[in-house]
Each structure stands twice: as C-alpha cells, then as structure tokens.
Design a protein. Structure first.
Length: 151
C-alpha cells in the first residue's frame, strides 16, 4: 500500500490521496501501528489545509477518532473531539453519509460509556431522512442502535 501510495502523485491522481492515506492509516492501526496511523492522518490533515482539498476531511477526522479509541480505549476525550469535528465538518459540507458514519462512531463511544442519552442525540438527526436501503450497512447499524437506546 505504501509503494502504491507513493506513485499516486506521479499519475496525477492527487485528488484521491486523502482517501488512500486514510485507508493506509486504517491498515496500519489494524496491524497494531496506531501511532503510525495517527501520524499519517495528521499529515493528511496538514496537507488538506495546505491544498484546501476538503472533500474527505470529515472521514479523516472520523478515522482519527476511531484510531485514537483503538490506541487507548480509556482516553475517550480526544476521540470524542475528533468525532465531533467529523460531524460538524460533514454537516457543513452537507455530506450526509459521512455525517452518519461519524455519528454512529460517536454514538458507540457514548453507549460504551453508558451515556445513552448522548448516543441517542448523536444519532437521531444523522439518521433522519435517510431512505431505507440495504446498500448502506452503517444506516442499518445506526437504526438498530438507535432503537436499542433508552434516552
């Protein structure tokens, strides 16, 4: 993945870099290299600031939050902050699917901390208005979690 990522700019596909960087960060975190994954995401976010190519910004913050939780499940504050940033960015960009994915991750964090009212609040507006579909498994998962929560 690292070698492939290195040739993307050579092929003029720089607009895809944020997505590829995120995928590699997730792979690094899955392999136990959470610090490497976080550094990669921080570098991608810095590059995003430089280029103003913000189409994948919300997802970068969501993935960052999930990796922070993986690195230290007891330290939820920084993960919560990243997930809230992801939601705010997605809302400002009207990127509903990215908003739902970030809200689902935040709701899971809240639910694990016995903060069901907060989990319910995080999911409610993100789920509203989505048509039912089997092609977006996060929607089904969010609806299932929302139904199980006791606000």
């Amino acid at each position: 993945m690292r070698r492939s990522l290195a040739i993307v700019p050579e092929r003029g596909q720089v607009w895809l870099l944020p997505r590829f960087e995120a995928a590699l960060a997730e792979a690094e975190a899955s392999a136990g290299e959470t610090d490497a994954g976080l550094r990669r995401l921080d570098d991608a976010l810095a590059e995003l600031e430089r280029t103003e190519q913000r189409w994948y910004e919300a997802e970068l913050y969501r993935i960052r939050g999930e990796i922070l939780l993986k690195r230290d499940p007891a330290d939820t504050a920084s993960a919560e902050q990243s997930l809230q940033a992801a939601i705010a960015i997605a809302q400002s960009q009207k990127a509903r699917s990215f908003e739902l994915r970030a809200a689902l991750a935040l709701a899971k964090l809240y639910h694990a901390a016995n903060r069901d009212a907060d989990a319910h609040a995080a999911l409610t507006s993100a789920v509203e208005g989505f048509p039912p579909t089997q092609q977006f498994p996060e929607l089904t998962e969010a609806q299932t979690l929302l139904a199980a929560l006791n606000p």
